[in-house]
Design a protein around this ligand. Structure first.
Ligand code: SF4
Length: 265
């Protein structure tokens, strides 16, 4: 299967990856390709429901190649913005059953980089699995907004978990449960939990009561982001000097800080 990023990034650039990768400050990793949530507004759409996972042995091979070209994540441009490995791209990162092994590998190789994961509220069967998969993270960013609320609604409907009445309450209840799982995984693994709300201040006002009711006694940090068009493929902010590693080990790197990615190998 072709990685989604391959086509998208190939069209953007068409060039070749730089020979040295000393300027790379951030790694975007795709632990999972595909997502069972199937949100209507997904920035990575069309995205398959079937999932393929990055394996540690694949990651090792790719990192060996990239580190031989100078990748070290040791020189961030802004002291207040440390180097990082970020889990996201074209699928639900937390659905990968071996995510904690991926994090362990990355932490051993890049001890100064922060580990950050996006969670779109799908792909995790239990609180125990969430606690296992989030081991080693510094920050878990939960997407709690109308888009993911709608995705959860559709997922529950497909799985026969949506009741005949009080559907809204059922979806709210499910999301509240997942937020609580995140807080207890954070307490166990010592990472921060923050919330992303796509759609601006209005969305934030709508979602805050849901977030706060699942976060008693916590000071929930909530970020608002503007909506990107469905299928835009830009499900992450622009980063200075970054490289992507896809679930199948293919990769792309920016030729200089702030430039577009080039070549997927
Ligand atoms: S959870 Fe995220 S990746 Fe999955 S369909 Fe929804 S927006 Fe797309």
């Amino acid at each position: 299967m072709e990685a989604a990023g391959k086509g998208i990034l190939g069209r953007i650039s068409g060039g070749k990856e730089p020979r040295t990768l000393e300027h790379i400050e951030h790694l975007l990793i795709e632990p999972t390709f595909g997502c069972k949530m199937q949100c209507r507004q997904c920035g990575s759409a069309p995205i398959p429901e079937h999932q393929a996972f990055l394996e540690v042995k694949t990651l090792r091979k790719t990192l060996d190649k990239l580190q031989a070209r100078g990748l070290s994540l040791s020189a961030p441009s802004f002291p207040s913005w440390p180097s990082s490995v970020i889990y996201g791209l074209h699928g639900e990162p937390l659905a990968n059953p071996g995510l904690h092994k991926i994090t362990r590998e990355l932490r051993e190789r890049f001890p100064r980089a922060k580990a950050v994961a996006f969670w779109g509220l799908g792909g995790v069967p239990s609180a125990e699995k969430l606690a296992e998969r989030t081991k080693g993270l510094d920050l878990l960013l939960l997407s709690v907004d109308g888009q993911h609320w709608g995705g959860k609604y559709l997922e529950m409907k497909r799985n026969g978990k949506l009741p005949e009445t009080k559907k809204t309450e059922a979806v709210d209840g499910e999301i509240r449960k997942l937020i609580k799982w995140a807080w207890s995984a954070a307490a166990e693994n010592n990472f921060r939990v923050e919330f992303n709300v796509v759609g601006g201040e209005r969305q934030k006002r709508q979602m805050l009561p849901l977030i706060e009711s699942a976060s008693p006694g916590r000071n929930a940090v909530v970020h608002t982001l503007e909506r990107e068009p469905r299928g835009s493929g830009k499900g992450h902010p622009p980063l200075p000097g970054h490289a992507n590693i896809y679930h199948d080990g293919t990769h792309a790197a920016s030729p200089s800080p702030g430039a577009y990615l080039v070549r997927t190998g």
